[in-house]
Design a protein around this ligand. Structure first.
Ligand SMILES: [Fe+2]
Length: 236
């Protein structure tokens, strides 16, 4: 057993995004806009509308936060990029979602070396406008923080976050929809996740807590939820 402790987040001040960076955002939004209605779960689509984030320039974080705080008590907080799990999960506990304060290169819209503003802001924040979803993430942050000193147990929470919050599908009346924010924020991964290519496995918490994942490739195995509530109940 390792002794680990909570780390401070790598906070980053709001910055000015250049015209080229704004164009990158606009281009990505344009591609998502054409398809997401039939790809994404309604919770995400509702969040986008409630927070008025479907814009051709990067939405102002303060304006979005005002709305988000009113809805669920959460806020987006700029960080440098990848957050260590020992600061990431404590942030969730405190209803703060880290947002990488940079945007991927226009040269390759499908690749970002670390979670950027497209992944974090566009991918995660709309989901957090939903109270049940937001409460679930807060609880996940809180419970994982309690076992931060126990590497094996802490890892189980990381897997749950990965296979549930980042990369999952969910059944709806209209067919299978994307529920993972990691999929939602990537045009290529949206297409891929809903194609016949990945292996789709019924969500099973006992399987998830033991399953290793890779962060350097598209997910070859994706868990399918019966409903969002199935994920929310997984912490019990
Ligand atoms: Fe993420």
């Amino acid at each position: 057993m390792q002794t680990e402790k909570i780390l401070a987040p790598t906070l980053s001040r709001p910055r000015h995004f250049t015209r080229e960076e704004q164009e990158t955002w606009a281009e990505i939004m344009d591609s998502h806009r054409k398809k997401r209605k039939n790809q994404l779960h309604p919770i995400f689509l509702e969040g986008l509308e409630l927070l008025e984030m479907d814009t051709n320039s990067i939405p102002d974080i303060q304006t979005v936060n005002k709305k988000l705080k009113k809805l669920t008590g959460w806020e987006g907080v700029f960080v440098k990029g990848f957050e260590d799990p020992r600061s990431f999960y404590p942030m969730l506990r405190d209803k703060q979602f880290p947002i990488g304060n940079f945007i991927r290169s226009k040269q390759d819209l499908s690749y970002t070396p670390e979670p950027d503003i497209v992944h974090d802001f566009y991918g995660h924040i709309p989901f957090l406008a939903n109270k049940l979803y937001a409460d679930y993430c807060q609880k996940l942050g809180e419970l994982s923080g309690r076992v931060i000193h126990d590497a094996a147990k802490f890892r189980e929470f990381e897997r749950l976050f990965w296979f549930g919050v980042e990369f999952s599908l969910v059944k709806t009346q209209n067919g299978i929809r994307i529920f993972g924010a990691g999929i939602a924020s990537s045009i290529g991964e949206c297409e891929y996740a809903l194609s016949q290519k990945p292996k789709v496995i019924p969500f099973d918490i006992d399987l998830v807590r033991k399953k290793e994942f890779r962060i350097d490739e598209m997910q070859r195995e994706i868990f399918l939820l019966e409903s969002p509530e199935q994920l929310y109940a997984s912490l019990d």
